[in-house]
Write a protein that binds this ligand. Structure first.
Ligand SMILES: Cc1ncc(COP(=O)(O)O)c(C=O)c1O
Length: 361
């Protein structure tokens, strides 16, 4: 039997074993071509099918309306921090950013060279332990969009509902992509990397209102222009073929399990088990996050001392529970429970947490 651990990494992360097995089965000879998919031309009929099927599946599974373009790009979510203002902001317009945590701050910082950006709300004084309410947002005149991070991967907080702003929303959904429904009518654009809920690294998926691209020719090199990618169905240059191929399989797997609603139900149930283990530990485990804004994907918690946390991580690893260390900027423990995490993995973690508290509490 192949050795598989329970991988709680924040990304890249665990993928469904059935998908990996399919990839293995097709690796040397993709659909009778005598080549692997990664050896095929991106202009071949075989790849063309994989590519367009993946776009169709993404639309279908995520409920993307017909008036949106779905783009497959490289450069991760990080490149989108710059591409969003380059493509959406015109002279005289401003963009508001929610500084909800590490990634919201990074998005604003990378947008700043390309437009007049400002903070609509800053969670830093609160240590990024909660998201803002709609009424706390300060949105000034001339604001083209409000940028939010739907789930802050490092601090473990999420927007339980998207804000009611008087301006279109743009969201970085990297760490809860395709695990919750999106009220599309309020959004001009959402983006995120694939490497958490959807597949391997190397692919970012952008969903943008198509009418925004018509006649909009930003002054930027070709790769940075959404309109050019959209006109060529994300085949303007060589796309990240392997990541797109694997994502297509992950999307089929999500669909088989019941789609986005099933992913959200799973996420609530499974993160709930870990939050319950924290809440019932008599203070041994402690969540720094406001209960209403706790992430369903990245459960962060602290323990009485750094030494105990180190011991916890060592003991967990010995049980095959790996990559539980919190981000180096915040410390503590972080269990990332993305779409592909198994129920067995979560049960094993909760069991280990109880045993460790009993032994050390
Ligand atoms: C919410 C969020 N945004 C952006 C990023 C950066 O993504 P990438 O590494 O794909 O550029 C990450 C990475 O973890 C993330 O979690």
């Amino acid at each position: 039997m192949t050795h598989r651990v329970h991988n709680f990494c924040a990304g890249p992360c665990t993928l469904p074993a059935s998908v990996l097995e399919e990839v293995r089965a097709e690796l040397l000879d993709f659909e009778g071509s005598g080549m692997s998919l990664v050896e095929l031309s991106h202009r071949s009929d075989e790849y063309d099918r994989v590519h367009h099927d993946a776009i169709a599946s993404f639309r279908n599974v995520f409920g993307v309306p017909d008036d949106r373009s779905v783009l497959f790009l490289q450069g991760g979510a990080t490149l989108q921090f710059g591409m969003v203002p380059i493509n959406l902001l015109r002279a005289g317009e401003r963009a508001a950013y929610v500084r909800s945590g590490t990634w919201g701050v990074a998005a604003e910082r990378d947008a700043a060279p390309y437009g007049d950006v400002y903070a609509a709300w800053d969670g830093k004084p609160l240590g990024y332990t909660r998201m803002p309410t709609s009424t706390e947002l300060e949105i000034g005149p001339g604001t083209r969009y409000l940028h939010v991070t739907s789930n802050e991967t490092i601090e473990g907080i999420r927007l339980a509902s998207f804000p009611d702003a008087q301006v279109p929303l743009v969201a970085d959904m990297s760490s809860d992509y395709v695990s919750r429904r999106v009220p599309w009518e309020r959004f001009d654009l959402v983006y995120g990397g694939a490497q958490k809920n959807l597949g391997p690294a190397g692919l970012a998926i952008v969903v943008v209102r198509s009418e925004l691209l018509e006649g909009n020719k930003p002054e930027a090199m070709t790769y940075l222009r959404y309109d050019l990618h959209a006109a060529k169905d994300s085949l303007m240059n060589t796309p990240p073929m392997f990541a797109i191929y694997v994502m297509g399989k992950v999307l089929a797997w999500i669909e088989k399990l019941g789609g986005v609603d099933a992913m959200e139900e799973r996420a609530r149930r499974r993160s709930g088990l870990v939050y319950d283990a924290i809440g019932s530990s008599g203070g041994f485990y402690r969540s720094p996050v406001e209960p209403a804004d706790r992430s369903l994907m990245n459960v962060v918690f602290r323990m009485p001392t750094d030494d105990l946390e180190d011991e916890f991580l060592k003991g967990a690893e010995a049980e095959g529970l790996v990559n539980l260390r919190g981000h180096r900027s915040v410390g503590g423990i972080r269990a990332s429970i993305y779409n592909a995490m198994t129920d067995e993995g979560v049960d094993a973690l909760v069991g280990f947490m109880a045993a460790f508290r009993d032994a050390n509490g």
